[in-house]
Design a protein around this ligand. Structure first.
Ligand SMILES: NC(=O)c1ccc[n+]([C@@H]2O[C@H](COP(=O)([O-])OP(=O)(O)OC[C@H]3O[C@@H](n4cnc5c(N)ncnc54)[C@H](OP(=O)(O)O)[C@@H]3O)[C@@H](O)[C@H]2O)c1
Length: 327
């Protein structure tokens, strides 16, 4: 594993870290034993940062991470998110009372006195224009409830606005072969301000593993079935918001560039690591095999300019026109 600076926190984080949404819920049933084994395997492979949220399985994901902490002696970071338990999910809901209540619940779920880092969980855009929300987070840092805070955003514009607040330490954003706009202005600004960047949905919800086809079937409790058109939350969170058949077409073209001995999932992860502004990427994994394969992408050699240009051409000819302007 290689480690990268995480903004101004002084943390060195594993460049392949772990996304703990799927072990919580919304991706079909994941057995507890598989989930715990995936977490242990990630740690064994040198992963030292786990991204979760209070909403993932309504606390299930956080509780699994608390169990991991009990079962292991080494240090690692658990970063969580708050806000998505609001119903309705409105900007007004991001107030002192609710944020404090959510943080207290995560402290309990994670069995700790201080949360390593709390992210606002893709709040409505309006929240970024309310300095008082960031003031509440500052107060929670002062009170010792949280060590640092950051944001998880849908759009580049939200990311750019969020990092104007001086104590925002990190931005989590969708960045993958099918979602490239963050690498333009946002990455430059994040580097300039020394803000940690977490690249989420790195496998485009599994599409960039190359394992899906027209015949793939997803369960009713899998967002790849029930959120295909943004029915439950932002459509960009499911297959990066790229049409399923178009994604399959692009994957077929990308497949030809994957060097021997490398899986397509590892190719997609290694591509993300080519960007210095990225502190880490957080692929989701449902079992130890996926966790191991993903972590091992960190061992692969950097890509040549030739490979990067070929990937770029696929993006520009098939994907860019459909989605580049949306997020
Ligand atoms: N709003 C937010 O803040 C937000 C939104 C989305 C995600 N996130 C964070 O970002 C993390 C990553 O994104 P994501 O989980 O949505 O998508 P992802 O990492 O692009 O895809 C994860 C899925 O791909 C499949 N997979 C993973 N590794 C594989 C491998 N080596 N071989 C084959 N299949 C593999 C697994 O599902 P199957 O085996 O079922 O195919 C897994 O659940 C999340 O876990 C979460 O921590 C945050």
């Amino acid at each position: 594993m290689n480690y990268r600076e995480f903004g101004r926190t002084g943390w060195q984080v594993s460049e392949i870290s772990f996304g703990a949404w799927a072990i919580g819920a919304d991706w079909g049933n994941v057995q507890k034993d598989d989930a715990i084994a995936a977490l242990h395997t990630a740690l064994d492979e040198g992963v030292n940062l786990f991204d979760t949220a209070d909403a993932y399985g309504d606390g299930r994901s956080e509780k699994l991470l608390a169990q991991l902490k009990r079962e292991r002696s080494e240090d690692f970071y658990i970063i969580t998110k708050v806000g998505r338990r609001l119903n309705p999910h409105t900007a007004d809901g991001y107030n002192r009372e609710n944020i404090t209540r959510f943080v207290e619940r995560s402290l309990k779920n994670l069995e700790t006195d201080t949360l390593d880092l709390v992210q606002l969980h893709c709040p409505p855009t309006d929240v970024y224009y309310r300095p008082e929300v960031f003031g509440v987070l500052d107060n929670l840092v002062q009170a010792g409830k949280i060590r640092y805070y950051g944001v998880s955003v849908e759009k580049v514009e939200e990311a750019l606005k969020a990092i104007e607040y001086p104590n925002v330490q990190s931005v989590q954003i969708i960045f993958n072969i099918f979602r490239q706009r963050p690498s333009e202005l946002f990455f430059r600004e994040a580097q300039r301000r020394k803000v940690g960047v977490l690249a989420r949905v790195p496998l485009s919800s599994g599409m960039l593993t190359g394992k899906f086809s027209n015949a793939s079937i997803f369960g009713k409790d899998d967002h790849r079935q029930y959120n295909r058109h943004g029915e439950a939350f932002d459509v960009g969170e499911t297959f990066s918001g790229v049409d399923y058949d178009l994604s399959l077409e692009a994957v077929e073209q990308l497949r030809a560039f994957v060097p021997e001995g490398m899986s397509m999932a590892q190719f997609a992860l290694r591509w993300i690591l080519m960007f210095d502004a990225v502190s880490c990427t957080i692929p989701g994994a449902k079992n130890p095999e996926q966790a191991r394969a993903n972590a091992q992408a960190a061992r692969l050699a950097p890509f040549s300019q030739e490979i990067m240009s070929r990937v770029q051409r696929v993006y520009e000819t098939l994907i860019k026109e459909e989605t580049h302007h949306l997020w």
